[in-house]
Unconditional design. Sequence first.
Length: 195
Amino acid sequence: MNIILLGPPGAGKGTQAHRLVAERGMVQLSTGDMLRAARASGSEMGQTVAAIMDSGGLVTDEIVIGLIEEQLDAGVGAQGIIFDGFPRTLAQADALGALLERKGQRVDAVISIMVDDDVMVERVLNRAKEAEAAGQPIRADDNADSMRTRLFAYYKQTSPLIGYYHAHGKLATIDGLGEIDDVAERLSGALNGAA
Ligand code: AMP
């Protein structure tokens, strides 16, 4: 089963994806993680995307579609893939559909995780504080200015995907507020309903 977790920054996509990996043996493909790895490696692409990521804007469709294509061509995800943070634009959604179709696969379900904006901003800023307190590196885009840009990018470029996948009959919506376990239960319910 291939699924997409859709939601604004701080909605808990990564946290829930990690649980699905542990519980269902699925593979998580996070373009954010791949881009951070590219930056850490010092590659040319990593250097190209650094400033835009720090500002909270979206990197080009071409780059992220290329990253996903590489993974799919490498044959990852026989037990199913969780797309986390991808697609984020309509062009990316079209490209993903075409890439999967080429492999005789498809997107089976799209779960939109709904969270109140203020809660999301608070979560992300808390994540930065906790990392700092633990002596861990802080994400350069986990600050109030970048958060505003990330939220704006979500509403302008990514939220149209809710209508897109609704029109394809694939959308389920869950409440992302509350305890991680409770959200995980809602997510499981939505996935079992979609299977
Ligand atoms: P994330 O870890 O998913 O919050 O992604 C961190 C940053 O990476 C985003 O704010 C964007 O700058 C960039 N990014 C990640 N995924 C995508 C994507 N699918 N399309 C464009 N930019 C992306």
